[in-house]
Design a protein around this ligand. Structure first.
Ligand code: AHM
Ligand code: MG
Length: 333
C-alpha cells in the first residue's frame, strides 16, 4: 500500500480542491506535531512522571491533572511562534491567550481541549485532544474573547487525536473526514481512513446511565424505549457503551455508528450539561456532520448556536442521523 502522509494529504488537498490555504495547512501540521508530543508523554505514563493530579483547579473548578497542564503547555508553545495564529483559547485557561508581541500575528484562532477524558488518564484508558479552528474577524485589533464567540458553522477546521492502543488523528477542513494513524517508529502521521461515514441507523448508544434519575422526560423516554429491546416500541435490541472519554466514544461512532449523549439534567437547571460548546461540542459536531451524522443540543443544530461565553456548556446529542433526529424530536413534543 502506498503511504500518504498528513503533509502529502494536506498539500494535495490544497492543490486539488483549494480547500486548505497554506497558513491553515501549517497550523494543522503544528497541531498534529503537538499531538505527537502529547501522545509520547501519555505513552510514558508513570515512567514519565506525568500521572496524577497537579494540585490546581481549572476555570470550571475541576481538579487539573498533570497531563491536562502539560498538554495545554505543549499546544501553546507549539502554536505561538508560527505566525499563523492571532490567539488561542483552551478549556484549561480562564481567558484567551493572544499571540505574544514578539511573534507575527496570523489570521486564525485556535481552540482546544488539550486532554479530554481526564478521569481516564491514570487508568490507562483512551484519552485525547480536541481542537477547533476559526478565522479571526476582519479588521480585528487586539484579540478579545468576543472574537471567539462565533457559531460552530464558522469553523474552518476541526479535529481530535485519540491516545489509545493506536494514536490516531481525525481531521476535517469541511471536505469530509479523514483519519491518520501515528507511525510511532517513523514519527509520522499516515492516512489510514478516507472519507469516514457514520451509518444513519445504529443499535448502540452512549450515555452516563448513573445520572438516570436526574434526566428530563425526553431523554428518559428515548433511553427507556431502547432499553425495552426487541419487544418494545423500537422493535430491536440496543447495546450500550460509555468510555467516559468523548474522543473515544466519538471515534467508535465514526467507525461503526451510534449515538452519544450528554444531556442537561435536573441537578443544575441553569447549566446546560457538562460538555463545553467551543472546545468539545462544536469541533465534534463539525466532524460528525462532515461524516454524514447529526448533532444537536436536543433542540437546535449544534453548529447554529451563537455562543455567549467562551466556556459555555451545552447538552450534546450526536452521531447516527436517524437517532439524533428522533431524540431531538422527543424534545420538541
Ligand atoms: P474533561 O474534558 O474534563 O475530560 O471532561 C469531559 C469528559 C468527556 O470526555 C466525557 O464524555 C465525559 O467528560 C465523561 O463524563 P462522566 O464523568 O460523567 O462519565
Ligand atoms: Mg474534555
Amino acid at each position: 500500500m502506498k503511504r500518504v502522509s498528513l503533509t502529502q494529504y494536506l498539500v494535495e488537498e490544497q492543490r486539488l480542491n483549494n480547500s486548505i490555504p497554506a497558513e491553515l495547512r501549517l497550523l494543522i501540521e503544528v497541531v498534529a506535531r503537538a499531538c505527537k508530543t502529547i501522545s509520547h508523554a501519555v505513552g510514558k505514563g508513570a515512567l514519565g512522571e506525568v500521572l496524577g493530579t497537579a494540585g490546581s483547579e481549572n476555570i470550571q473548578g475541576e481538579v487539573q491533572k498533570k497531563l491536562d497542564i502539560l498538554s495545554n503547555e505543549i499546544l501553546l508553545e507549539a502554536n505561538e511562534w508560527g505566525g499563523h495564529l492571532a490567539a488561542m483559547a483552551s478549556e484549561e485557561m480562564e481567558s484567551i491567550h493572544p499571540i505574544p508581541n514578539r511573534y507575527p500575528q496570523g489570521e486564525y484562532m485556535l481552540l482546544f481541549d488539550p486532554l479530554d477524558g481526564s478521569s481516564n488518564i491514570d487508568v490507562n484508558v483512551s484519552i485525547g485532544t480536541i481542537f477547533s479552528v476559526l478565522k479571526a474577524p476582519d479588521g480585528m485589533g487586539k484579540p478579545t474573547e468576543q472574537d471567539f464567540l462565533q457559531p460552530g458553522s464558522k469553523q474552518v477546521a476541526a479535529g481530535y487525536a485519540v491516545y489509545g492502543p493506536q494514536t490516531v488523528l481525525v481531521l476535517t477542513t469541511g471536505n469530509g473526514v479523514n483519519c491518520f494513524t501515528l507511525d510511532r517508529e517513523m514519527g509520522s502521521w499516515v492516512l489510514t481512513q478516507r472519507n469516514m461515514q457514520i451509518p444513519a441507523d445504529t443499535k448502540e448508544f452512549a450515555i452516563n446511565a448513573s445520572n438516570t434519575r436526574h434526566w428530563y422526560p425526553p431523554v428518559t423516554r428515548y433511553v427507556d424505549e431502547m432499553l425495552a429491546g426487541g419487544t418494545g416500541p423500537r422493535g430491536k435490541e440496543f447495546n450500550m457503551r460509555w468510555i467516559a472519554s468523548m474522543v473515544a466514544d466519538v471515534h467508535r461512532i465514526l467507525n461503526r455508528g451510534g449515538i452519544f449523549m450528554y444531556p442537561a439534567d435536573k441537578r443544575e437547571p441553569d447549566k446546560a450539561g457538562k460538555l463545553r460548546l467551543m472546545y468539545e461540542a462544536n469541533p465534534m459536531s463539525f466532524i460528525v456532520e462532515q461524516a454524514g451524522g447529526a448533532s444537536t443540543d436536543g433542540k437546535r443544530r449544534m453548529l447554529d448556536i451563537q455562543p455567549e461565553k467562551l466556556h459555555q456548556r451545552v447538552a450534546v446529542f450526536l452521531g447516527s442521523k436517524n437517532e439524533v433526529e428522533r431524540v431531538t424530536q422527543y424534545h420538541q413534543e
